[in-house]
Each structure stands twice: as structure tokens, then as C-alpha cells.
Design a protein around this ligand. Structure first.
Ligand code: AMP
Ligand code: MN
Ligand code: MN
Length: 317
């Protein structure tokens, strides 16, 4: 039997909702969707949402300006963690983990192995927004909540393209559409539109990319000094690795950018054969079979060498 969020709210007076660092569309969508649903249907509960530096484009989601960017520890009755993949990615709200009376984690990352009061993790489901929808009463979802959940589903399915998109995903998206949301605008403004800086960085990453293993692997990196030149933030790097993956013949794309001298945020994407989450997990990261991430140390060549040693077996077949 599908559990509903109501079951976790008995005797609850304070709720905190948190996602992961550098929140993507699914993270913003699921956190805001849950927040707006609780605000609409449980006004007696004091609910806060924590999202660290969301991209400007996500502010089409209403009330995102109410999301808190910093956090003071307090003993909330229920902490709801969404799309986090691993407890070390919670970011600002991680201080709440110690003091929260109960923790409910909803996720869809196969690498999530943490333990909480309740963990509902569905790696076969395309987005945390879809997981969240299952916990809500469809009739009680308002337009604002529907916009947030729809946006997250769009982002984690690559606009309903990736293999994780199921007939049920489409049915849920349809039911959200029926709430009267501006779906074209949500897709265009949050998924396809890029800022000038984002496009410049994408261009740079593509120009400097190179192929390995007979064109099955594409790699590119952007150094800190180049990011500084463009005044770029980590959020500006979203989508570059997916664009690289669109190169014909490519099975795996690897894009990395330097967080600080010698520390790299690495993103991996796979077309349909290689499970990149196992490689990411080996180096301390995680994610999904077709999309994973990890932070690694060294020069960019060290990072590439370490990764290719693990990818070689899969890509030589
Ligand atoms: P990214 O390349 O950052 O877009 O991440 C791809 C997928 O892997 C997303 O679903 C992330 O939530 C997940 N992921 C990224 N980095 C990590 C990490 N260090 N640990 C666990 N999961 C991660
Ligand atoms: Mn995410
Ligand atoms: Mn997700």
C-alpha cells in the first residue's frame, strides 16, 4: 500500500524540508512541491524549506524566495529530506539532522544507503518529484505545487526522454497539466534557456573536449581560473555534460570543473550501456546508472586517469 504524507504528520507541529547542495530542477521541484502542499493543506504546521543558492531561472517557481539559504539548529518534529542521494550532500540544513526528532527521506538514487527514521528510495522512478507525488493526495495538489513537481519531472527525465520515463510518469505529468500550469513556459525557461555565461562556458567545454576509446568516451574540464574569468558559479555548469553526451558514437561523457585548486566536481553521463554510478561510488560519490557525480582531487589529468582505468573495461567491449 502506498503510504501518504499525512501518516507522517500526526502530532507534528514543525517541519523542515531540505534538498541537496547545488540544487537541480528535481531537487528544487520536490522541495518546493512538498513545501507548497504542506502550506496549502496543513497550515497549522510550521513548515520551512531550505535550498542553497538555486539558479535564477528556478525562481519561476512561486514562493521560492521563501526558501532559506542558511540554517540555525533547532529540534524540528519532522525533517523531510528530498533527492539528496547521500547525507553528506545535505548542505546548509545538515545541522538539523542531529536535532530533528524524526527524519523522512524520499529519494530515487540507487546509491542511497543511509539510514533514517524512514527511507523510501525508488531507484526505478525517474524523479524525486514523482516519488513525492505518490505520497500526496492528487485532489489536494494546488497549481503552485503542480508547477514545482512538473518542473522537477521535466528536468530529471530530460523532458520525458530518458529511459526512466514510464507510462506512469506521463500519467502523473498529465494530471499535473490538468491543474492548469504553464507547462511550455516552465520547460523553456528552466530547462532550455541558458544565460549568456552558461552558453559561453558550454562553448568552451565543447571546444576543449576530446575523445578516447574510439570515440566512446568524451571528456572536458574547466579550470577555476576560467570560471573566475566568466564569474561562473557551479549552477552555471548544469547541462554541459548532457550536451557532450549528445555527440554521436559517445557512450559516456565526463565533465569536470574545479571547485578550488586541485578539487574537481565530476559529472558522468551514460547513453545506455555503462553504469556510471558504480564508478562514481568507487571514488566516494554516487547517483544513477545513467547520471552520476563525484568530487575528486588532483590535477585534471590525475582525475581523468583514475576514471578511465575504471571505465576502460566497459568501453573496450
Ligand atoms: P550531477 O552530475 O551533479 O548532475 O549528478 C548526477 C546525479 O548523481 C544526480 O542525481 C546527483 O544527485 C548524483 N550525485 C552527484 N554527486 C554525488 C555525490 N557526491 N554523491 C552522491 N550522489 C551524487
Ligand atoms: Mn538532484
Ligand atoms: Mn533527482
Amino acid at each position: 500500500m502506498q503510504k501518504k504524507i499525512d501518516e507522517f504528520l500526526k502530532d507534528v507541529k514543525t517541519v523542515a524540508i531540505a534538498g541537496h547542495v547545488n540544487p537541480d530542477g528535481d531537487c528544487v521541484g520536490s522541495c518546493m512541491g512538498m513545501y507548497l502542499y504542506l502550506k496549502d493543506n496543513f497550515p497549522q504546521i510550521q513548515t520551512e524549506v531550505y535550498l542553497e543558492a538555486p539558479r535564477r531561472a528556478f525562481y519561476v517557481i512561486r514562493d521560492l524566495d521563501k526558501a532559506k539559504q542558511d540554517c540555525v539548529e533547532y529540534p524540528c518534529d519532522l525533517l523531510i529530506l528530498l533527492d539528496i542521494s547521500s547525507h553528506d550532500r545535505i548542505g546548509v540544513a545538515s545541522c538539523l539532522l542531529k536535532s530533528a526528532k524524526r527524519v523522512l527521506c524520499l529519494d530515487h538514487h540507487k546509491t542511497n544507503r543511509d539510514s533514517y527514521t524512514w527511507l523510501f528510495n525508488y531507484p526505478e522512478i525517474s524523479s524525486t518529484c514523482e516519488v513525492v507525488w505518490n505520497f500526496l493526495d492528487s485532489d489536494k495538489i494546488g497549481e503552485k505545487c503542480a508547477e514545482a513537481l512538473y518542473m522537477g519531472m521535466v528536468h530529471d527525465t530530460g523532458v520525458f526522454q530518458y529511459a526512466s520515463t514510464s507510462p506512469r510518469t506521463m500519467r502523473i505529468a498529465a494530471s499535473l497539466m490538468e491543474k492548469g500550469i504553464p507547462f511550455s513556459r516552465l520547460i523553456d525557461e528552466t530547462y532550455y534557456q541558458k544565460t549568456f555565461v552558461q552558453n559561453q562556458l558550454l562553448g568552451r567545454a565543447l571546444v576543449e573536449s576530446f575523445l578516447m576509446f574510439d570515440g566512446k568516451l568524451i571528456v572536458s574540464c574547466i579550470r577555476k581560473r576560467d570560471m573566475d574569468f566568466y564569474h561562473a558559479t557551479p549552477a552555471d555548469m548544469d547541462g554541459i555534460v548532457s550536451q557532450m553526451r549528445n555527440t554521436s558514437g559517445v557512450e559516456v561523457s565526463v565533465f569536470m570543473y574545479e571547485l578550488s585548486e586541485g578539487t574537481w566536481k565530476v559529472s558522468l553521463r551514460s547513453v545506455d550501456q555503462v553504469d556510471v554510478s558504480t564508478v562514481a561510488q568507487f571514488f566516494g560519490g554516487g547517483g544513477h546508472a545513467r547520471a552520476a557525480g563525484v568530487t575528486m582531487q588532483g590535477s585534471c589529468y590525475d582525475v581523468i586517469n583514475n576514471l578511465t582505468q575504471h571505465l576502460e573495461k566497459d568501453l573496450r567491449q
